[in-house]
Design a protein around this ligand. Sequence first.
Ligand code: DAH
Length: 344
Amino acid sequence: MDAISQLQEYRLEIENANFENLTDLEDFRIKFLGSKNILKPLFSQIKNIAPEHRKDFGQQINAVKGLAEDKYQSLLKTLSSKEIKDSFSNLDLTRPGTTEALGSQHPVSIVMQRIIDIFSRIGFSIASNREIEDEWHNFTALNTPENHPARDMTDTYYLKNDWTRMLRSQTSTVQVHVMENQNPPIRIISPGRVYRNETVSSRSHCQFHQVEGLYIDKDVSFVDLKNTLLYFAKEMYGNDVKIRLRPSYFPFTEPSAEMDVYWGLETEADYRITKGTGWLEIMGCGMVDPNVLRNCGIDPDEYSGFAFGMGIERQAMRMFGITDIRMFFENDVRFLNQFRSVNI
Ligand code: DAH
């Protein structure tokens, strides 16, 4: 067969080409468009063509190549979308899907978030500050005497070789930062982590979390404090919650109190956790001592206020029935996974 008829035959083959699948199409591509395609040898036959037809023949080979290229592209388009459609036609849309494993909120975060929500609803905003503190913010401004036992190194973690700096032992430090930088009225809560040199046991740990509260304005009274805390307790533990305020002492409040919520005395764990009283202490509170206001640049003759500081772990233990505080810090996924379905 001469080269011209051969080319004609290829042209017909390309024009009629049609395939069912991408594998056959790939064979077509290799045959007509691959690096060793069958059109190539035709170029070497140009010398056998009459000189006046050579140019025309060369152009024809290129035209057939172009035809193969177009055919390949259009078949590729049709076959690819057909294969995608085929793969979907086997789908069982009623089959249950596989779910991604979701992380969970840490129980401490869950409780903290609830407390934040409760106080945000009555206009408290969030303040936070550093965990490495100086004596002024952790003790002195908070009216804590020079010889107070809390300053002792057995309670507070001081930095190595620097007795003026320490890990904060209470979130009350944030009260000082806020009052130093903000004019009343002030209404903040401050969730955060604190550190104390305590022996680690099922009931106490050297790190834990607190939420601090501070309210400074004109004519704030103890009644405001009590009503705010009662509102909090009802939102947190339900309308029939019972609370009590016991007189107490803190250097930065006068008068001071501790608030207990009634836990119950039904089980042995209730006895253990409440030391046989049925009441669980959850926070310290009181009217901000005038000395503290003065230390932070607020005139106690013009303003008064209340403050409170509550422990988080103890409330989380109550809420979720956890009996060992160490579990919060071990990050054992078997423990953490149990909080997956808890809605905040
Ligand atoms: N800072 C105290 C503690 O860690 C708790 C506390 C008591 C905070 C009374 C207060 C307060 O703001 O008014 O034990």
